[in-house]
Write a protein that binds this ligand. Sequence first.
Ligand SMILES: Cc1ncc(COP(=O)(O)O)c(C=O)c1O
Length: 384
Amino acid sequence: MSMLSVAKRLHDVKEYYFSVKLREVRSLIEQGKPIINLGIGSPDLSPPGPVIDALKRSDIHGYQSYQGLPELRKAMASFYKKYYGVELNFEKEILPLMGSKEGILHISMAFLNEGDQVLIPDPGYPTYASVTKLVQAEPVTYSLTEKNNWWPDLKAIEKSDLSKVRIMWVNYPHMPTGSNGSAALLEDLVAFGKKHDILIVNDNPYSFVLNKNPKSILSVSGASDIAIELNSLSKTFNMAGWRVGMVVGHESYLNAILKVKSNMDSGMYYGIQQGAIEALKSSSDWFEHMNGIYEKRRKIIWDICDQLDCQYSKESSGLFVWAKIPLNKTSEETTDHLLYKHDVFITPGTVFGKQGEGYIRFSLCVDEGKMLEVLRRISKKERS
Ligand SMILES: Cc1ncc(COP(=O)(O)O)c(C=O)c1O
């Protein structure tokens, strides 16, 4: 039987790397392999207690507002004020989302026409490029390098023709490298966006993980003319599966995004919104508690890196350790070797772009016991 062909927009889009690779990992587990997964950044710990209590208490099951409960937007506004020093009007400048990932699609649908160009970080979160292709716009990558602290070289980017560029994706603290932005970098990005008429979107889900100084691009004066920000409860409050995030910024940008979103879903489940409200009320003790755990885990990952002769920065933020591998193997050869020889799944840097060659990424979302088992499996003494 001949099957109906798929839409042209799917021709350049591949199934998500993890969707494919985790199928392989699952089949290895089914064969009885004791795989330890240090690949994926899904927090393994629980959200704050009051979050779960609020979900249990909720007993409203109907459709919800497209813009979310006013109490949720108020809680998001208070959170932005308390932790980033950014004032947002809860009625106009905040749109709750089902995770920041869905925001990437909504923003792209709201602002891109076929043939428009989009600046995308390499290495970077793969969704920016795949969504750009889904809406038939053209990804134009900009290279981030270790030498430049994984920051964009705006002067170099400016040398190319930017007339078709409509959006630039940035993401500080940066995934996968863990590089942190600075107030000056955010200022430069806003100035760059204004100069070239490019919407700067800062994807900011990692600002509370191993980072003492969370920053929002909206704290730059005049930023809201040209910049919006995505944020998420996934990593901050261990709520990745709940699917709660937000986009914040000027109401004219948010209204365009709402036009897309209100035609795609019918609001977020009431209980999830109540849980999110509780999460956003957490005090800074929560972050200290979580970061204490992640610091201990990170030390073990650093030991693992030492055993593998990898180099890494101790100044990184976010849920991952990004490590440079010795020159004798590619990233994928290294990760395949660890998977097939030591039953350890980690992510090759190439998943995040060409500039990721020569690097591997370890997740901190696994308990210390399992990390110590990985250390034992790969330690030079065991291997010799
Ligand atoms: C850079 C980056 N942006 C966005 C997301 C998606 O987060 P969310 O769970 O809020 O959709 C992730 C998740 O891994 C990420 O690493």
